[in-house]
Ligand binder design. Structure first.
Ligand SMILES: Nc1nc2c(ncn2[C@@H]2O[C@H](COP(=O)(O)OP(=O)(O)OP(=O)(O)O)[C@@H](O)[C@H]2O)c(=O)[nH]1
Length: 720
């Protein structure tokens, strides 16, 4: 006899798994849960019990037939005619909770009338009809989310009042229209001996959030996915190339390496997948899009250069993503190499080598000569083993887009990393918000393949559009479904782009704290000098308000870069710039990723702002609004008054109370206030475009012909 699981046995015998587990307990047989397998002799014992029970139950069932409420109304013509259409309506009308409710209330009324009749002594004929029409208890009921008392009563063919009574006995006070949760439904049903099944409504369009739990027995080991990070010129590309050249070609002679964004090598008969875009970019782009692809980060540090700013960034990226780091101390062939120094420096970042009592693996190597690379690969396998990376290859494939482009000849081309299941040619697929059927699959050496299992990167064609790196994909049962879901997702994405703002911003921070969504505020600090970075970090870490902690996920010297923004986006962080500004790329990305950047010049202001935001007390926000521009055509020096600028308003208007900035050849020379604004001899409040005027600037006389005076005001803007 083949083994059977608890739930399978329960199903076969029409009882709940709980019942079986309970029975087994009585027999002193311990099982962990409904997935546990039953030995044949246990099944035999159970069979014995349940067969006996069945025999006993059969005649009993007839005798204890429940009083269904339909039959209760049997003798009332009027009632029956009301009920028939109601029943139809209620079962067909899917959106009709309201409708249902009205119906139920009607029934309740009827019920009261009937009761009175009952008291008048019509009991004998009623019982007879009852036997004829009485509904049998269903063996099983299903529900989605919850049921009202009335709905449950209907499913069980019972009167709501009976259910209410039962609930009352169980200590639950409920009214007829009250929603019952799963536990209450199960309690009532188990009382009637009816099995319950909760139908989980799955929104397949949101497949990222679906957690498909595999039976541990179906999981098999999968190759690790590795990303190489490190400072500029420390040898990332050289390392990727030399690993690939030494291993790939060895295995697959004749293959021509293709850049598809990732490749696989074989070491000791085991595969390792490398993402071959070095640096943080690929890593953070993926993470910002919610995809966790990398299992292990190789941190490359040149032994002749040591820890550099991007080394630190890489460490922070890996740590923020909770990915283990293996350190590759590179360029040991160089005479100036000093691996020990690298190790010492990295200890400061909690990467303590094993030989010094820590748990970080360090591999000394030369990407150029190839020395130490085999060891690195073995170490990767070791870490991967410790991480117990597994996946189920026997289901429809899911995974992530590594790269995608539009090819002139082939149309949209995407490199997919299969993370679970097996992807096959011909599979109907949704990739991000694109869809199609996998037309052709090519591996990293340009060979056509028919299928790709977990951790394997493949390039596919056959999509209707180009997805984005970091998008997730999923295979569906047929093309129609894939198209439907793909289109729904494209529509949803469009709507989201138009409206939502998902990241944390200081302005909505307080709301999130209040709603308990936030326990840690992630912050990235960039400043002009190391001293400021340290001072700011220390001050920020001291803030403790409403139980929310500030967590500095990255700090560094220099302008705010695109990488900072991507890290912020991936980790839902706020970026603070102290005496530094975002570069153009960073600004652009911050806008599209909706990352909040706060620029300051005084430390206590930063602290004040963060504290205020945490307390929900941010001051109103002001925005500069340029109202006009004037060109300086002539200057007059008047003792006691200073330099008067004879201007022509070229754009907008200049008002007496506006602030001004003096611009000379594109450079802001001075910012201040207007002192006097005159037309001819008269003081005026404003001068419009196309008019001339005379102007002096408070405490500033260095005005020259050709300068541009820009007038602006600060307006309070509504916080977004
Ligand atoms: N001597 C020596 N030179 C190396 C080694 N690894 C890399 N290099 C050299 O270091 C320089 C930079 O190497 P890359 O591989 O381009 O460094 P990278 O980290 O990819 O640099 P970016 O792509 O600019 O971030 C190149 O001139 C390499 O030849 C090594 O192990 N030994």
């Amino acid at each position: 006899m083949s083994k059977i699981r608890v739930y399978e046995y329960a199903k076969k015998n029409n009882v709940s798994s709980k019942d079986i587990i309970h029975k087994l307990k009585e027999m002193n047989i311990e099982v962990s849960n409904h997935m546990a397998t039953l030995e044949p002799e246990v099944v035999e014992k159970l069979d014995h019990t349940y067969k006996k029970k069945e025999q006993k139950q059969k005649p009993a069932n007839v005798a204890v037939k429940p009083k269904g409420f339909i039959t209760d109304f049997e003798d009332e013509e009027e009632v029956i005619t009301t009920k028939v259409p109601i029943k139809k309506g209620a079962s067909k009308n899917k959106e009709g909770k309201k409708h249902d409710l009205q119906i139920q209330q009607k029934e309740k009324k009827i019920f009261t009338n009937k009761k009175n009749k009952k008291q008048r002594g019509h009991e004998a004929p009623q019982q007879e009809t009852q036997k004829k029409k009485e509904k049998e208890l269903p063996k099983k009921i299903t529900f989605e989310g919850s049921l009202t008392v009335a709905e449950l009563a209907k499913k069980l063919g019972k009167e709501p009042s009976e259910i209410i009574k039962k609930l009352f006995m169980l200590g639950i006070m409920a009214t007829i229209n009250q929603d019952l949760d799963k536990d209450a439904i199960e309690l009532i049903c188990s009382d009637y001996g009816v099995e319950v099944e909760e139908k989980v409504v799955i929104d397949e369009t949101d497949f990222e959030s679906l957690e498909i739990v595999d039976d541990p027995a179906d999981l098999v080991e999968r190759p690790p996915v590795v990303t190489i990070m490190g400072h500029v010129d420390h040898g990332k590309t050289t390392l990727l190339d030399s690993i690939r050249n030494s291993k790939v070609t060895e295995q697959e002679a004749g293959g021509i390496t293709q850049h598809i964004g990732a490749y696989q090598v074989v070491v000791n008969n085991k595969k390792i997948t490398f993402l071959d875009t070095p640096g943080h970019e690929a890593f953070t782009t993926m993470r910002a899009r919610g995809a966790q692809v990398t299992d292990i980060v190789i941190l490359v540090v040149a032994a002749d250069d040591g820890v550099m700013p991007q080394t630190v960034e890489a460490i922070n990226h890996a740590k923020a993503a909770n990915v283990p780091i293996v350190v590759a101390v590179n360029k040991i062939d160089k005479p100036t190499a000093n691996p020990d120094r690298v190790m010492q420096e990295l200890v400061e970042y909690n990467l303590v080598p094993e030989e010094w009592g820590g748990d970080t693996i360090y591999c000394k190597l030369s990407a150029l000569t190839g020395e130490g690379i085999d060891n690195l690969l073995e170490m990767i396998l070791l870490v991967s083993e410790m991480e117990e990376l597994k996946a189920n290859p026997n289901r429809r494939a899911t995974g992530t887009v590594i790269e995608a482009k539009l090819d002139k000849g082939r149309g949209p081309v995407a490199t997919l990393l299969v993370q679970s299941g097996t992807l096959r040619v011909g599979d109907p697929i949704v990739v991000g918000s694109t869809y199609g059927r996998v037309r052709a699959m090519t591996n990293d050496i340009g060979r056509r393949v028919k299928e790709a299992g977990p951790s394997m990167p493949v390039e596919i064609t056959g999509l209707n559009d180009v997805p984005q790196a970091g998008d997730r994909f999923m295979v569906f049962e047929d093309e129609k479904k894939a198209r439907q879901i793909g289109e729904a997702r494209a529509q949803k994405q469009l709507l989201e782009q138009r409206s939502v703002k998902t990241r944390v911003s200081l302005d909505d921070l307080f709301e999130k704290i209040k709603q308990g969504e936030m326990k840690e505020l992630n912050i990235i600090v960039k400043a002009d000098v190391q001293g400021s970075v340290e001072a700011l970090v220390a001050a920020l870490q001291k803030i403790d308000i409403e139980g929310v902690r500030v967590k500095i996920i990255h700090s560094g010297v220099g302008a705010i870069t695109e990488y900072d923004i991507m890290l912020a986006s991936a980790s839902n962080a706020i970026v603070i710039g102290f005496n530094v500004r975002p570069d153009a790329n960073a600004k652009r990305v911050a806008e599209s990723e909706k990352v909040d950047i706060r620029l300051h010049r005084i430390i206590y202001k930063v602290i004040e702002e963060i504290e205020a935001a945490m307390k929900g007390m941010l001051d109103p926000e002001y925005e500069e609004q340029v109202i006009g521009q004037a060109e300086v055509r002539q200057t007059f020096k008047v003792s006691k008054v200073g330099t008067i600028a004879g201007c022509y308003v070229t754009d907008g208007k200049i008002t007496r109370d506006s602030s001004v900035r003096l611009i000379r050849q594109g450079v802001v020379i001075y910012e201040g206030q207007i002192d006097t604004l005159k037309r001819f001899k008269d003081d005026v409040k404003e001068v419009a475009q196309g008019y001339e005027c005379g102007m002096t600037i408070k405490n500033f006389n260095d005005i020259k012909e050709g300068d541009v005076i820009e007038a602006y005001v600060m307006r309070e803007v509504e916080r977004k």
